[in-house]
Design a protein around this ligand. Structure first.
Ligand SMILES: O=C(O)c1ccc[n+]([C@@H]2O[C@H](COP(=O)([O-])O)[C@@H](O)[C@H]2O)c1
Ligand SMILES: Cc1cc2nc[nH]c2cc1C
Length: 343
C-alpha cells in the first residue's frame, strides 16, 4: 500500500506496467517444435499451449509444480434469498476441500496438482451490493495484496478457482457493469436458482448496477463496489503471476469476471492466462468472447472450485511433456527421404 495516496494507487501503477512475453523463449520453442517427430502443426492447440508457456515463463515449456488456488468468500447480497444454498456452505465446503472430499481434490490427485485454499474472512460477508459497496477501497486493496501471496510458495502453472455462495450474482453484476446489455444476459442459475430465486437475482443485479452506475467507468471501482473478497484476491493472484512469469489457467464464470476487471484496466492484462473451460453458466461463453479467448474444454461443468482449470492443467502438462520429451527427426532417424538423412 502507498505511504501516501489511496490504497488502489499501487495497483493502478502496476496495471500500467505489466511485463510482456519473452520473444527469445518463444522463438526457441517454435524452432524446437519444427524439429519434433510429427507433421508440422499436427499437435494442434497443444503446440500453441507450448508456445504460450515459453512466452510467459521465458523458459523452455515445462510444468513441474502446478498449483490450484481456491479463494473463498461470503457475500452480503445473499440476504435477498437468491441462492438455493445458504452462505454457511462456503465454510463447509472449505472444510471438505481440506478433508479431500470435494471434486477438486480428486482432479488434483488425477493430474498431480498441488492445492491451496485461501479463505477470506468468511465470518464477515461483504456489503450487500444492492444497497452499498461490497468493500472499502482499503479492504479491497488489502485483499488483492493477500491474493498476490498465493504464489509465494512457488509454482509454474497457477490454476485459479473459487468458492462462495452468492458469487455468481456478483459476477453477473461485474459483467453487466463492464459490458452492458441486460441483466438477463449475465444472470444464470449458479448452483440452481430458478423461478422466483432467479427473478430476484436478476432484480438485485439490476439494482446493484443502477446504484453504483456513476462509478463504474473505473474497473477497480467495479471490483470493490460489485465484487467480493475472493474476486479481489483472484485479481491480485493473476497480477502477481504476471509479475513472476507464471502462466495462469482461469476456471469458470466467477474467475472469468474477476479476470475481466484486469482486462478492462489494461487490454493486455490477461495475455498470460488461458481459460480452462467454458462452464454451463449461460453468461460464461459470452464473457469469454468479450475477452477474445477460446476455452480449452467444454464439458458442461458448472461447479467452480477450480475444477475446469484443473482438468485443463492436465492438457497443459501434456503439451509441455510433448514439447520437451519428443524426439527430433534427427534423433529418431525419421526421414521423408528414402535412405536419406533429412525430413
Ligand atoms: O464456475 C462456474 O461457472 C460456476 C457456475 C455455477 C456455480 N458455481 C459455484 O457455485 C457457487 C456460486 O453459486 P451461487 O448460486 O451461490 O451464486 C460458487 O461456490 C461457485 O464456485 C460456479
Ligand atoms: C455443494 C456445493 C459445492 C460447491 N463447489 C463450488 N461451489 C459449490 C456450491 C455448493 C452448494
Amino acid at each position: 500500500m502507498s505511504v501516501s495516496g489511496l490504497p488502489f494507487d499501487d495497483f493502478r501503477v502496476l496495471l500500467q506496467n505489466l511485463p510482456g512475453p519473452d520473444p527469445h523463449a518463444l522463438v526457441a520453442a517454435r524452432e524446437r517444435d519444427s524439429q519434433l517427430t510429427k507433421p508440422p502443426g499436427a499437435l494442434g492447440r497443444l503446440e500453441e499451449i507450448a508456445f504460450w508457456l515459453a512466452a510467459w515463463t521465458g523458459r523452455a515449456p515445462a510444468v513441474n509444480r502446478p498449483l490450484v488456488a481456491i479463494f473463498a468468500g461470503n457475500h452480503g447480497v445473499t440476504r435477498h434469498n437468491i441462492t438455493p444454498f445458504p452462505s454457511s456452505v462456503t465454510q463447509q465446503m472449505v472444510e471438505n476441500f481440506a478433508a479431500g472430499g470435494a471434486a477438486i481434490n480428486q482432479i488434483c490427485v488425477t493430474h498431480d496438482l498441488g492445492l491451496k485454499i485461501f479463505d477470506l474472512a468468511l465470518d464477515y460477508p461483504t456489503g450487500d451490493i444492492a444497497t452499498e459497496a461490497a468493500l472499502s477501497e482499503r479492504d479491497c486493496a488489502a485483499t488483492m495484496a493477500f491474493g498476490m501471496e498465493a504464489i509465494a510458495g512457488g509454482t509454474d502453472l497457477l490454476c485459479i478457482g473459487e468458492m462462495g455462495i452468492g458469487n455468481t450474482t456478483v459476477a453477473a453484476a461485474i459483467n453487466l457493469a463492464l459490458y452492458g446489455g441486460e441483466a438477463e444476459d449475465w444472470v444464470g442459475p449458479g448452483t440452481g436458482s430458478h423461478g422466483e430465486l432467479l427473478e430476484r437475482k436478476i432484480a438485485v443485479v439490476k439494482q446493484a448496477v443502477d446504484l453504483h452506475k456513476d462509478h463504474l467507468n473505473d474497473p477497480l471501482e467495479v471490483l470493490r463496489r460489485l465484487g467480493g473478497r475472493e474476486v479481489a484476491a483472484i485479481a491480485g493472484a493473476i497480477l502477481a503471476a504476471r509479475m513472476e512469469k507464471i502462466p495462469v489457467l482461469l476456471d469458470g464464470y466467477v474467475v472469468t469476471a474477476a479476470a475481466s476487471i484486469l482486462k478492462a484496466a489494461n487490454p493486455a492484462a490477461l495475455d498470460h492466462c488461458l481459460i480452462g473451460h467454458v462452464s454451463g453458466e449461460p453468461g460464461h461463453l459470452r464473457a469469454i468472447e468479450k475477452l477474445g479467448k477460446t476455452p480449452l474444454l467444454a464439458l458442461g461443468m458448472r461447479l467452480g472450485e477450480g475444477t475446469g482449470a484443473a482438468l485443463a492443467a492436465g492438457i497443459v502438462k501434456a503439451a509441455a511433456a510433448c514439447h520437451s520429451g519428443m524426439a527430433t527427426f534427427e534423433q529418431a532417424g525419421v526421414t521423408n527421404k528414402e535412405n536419406g538423412h533429412s525430413h
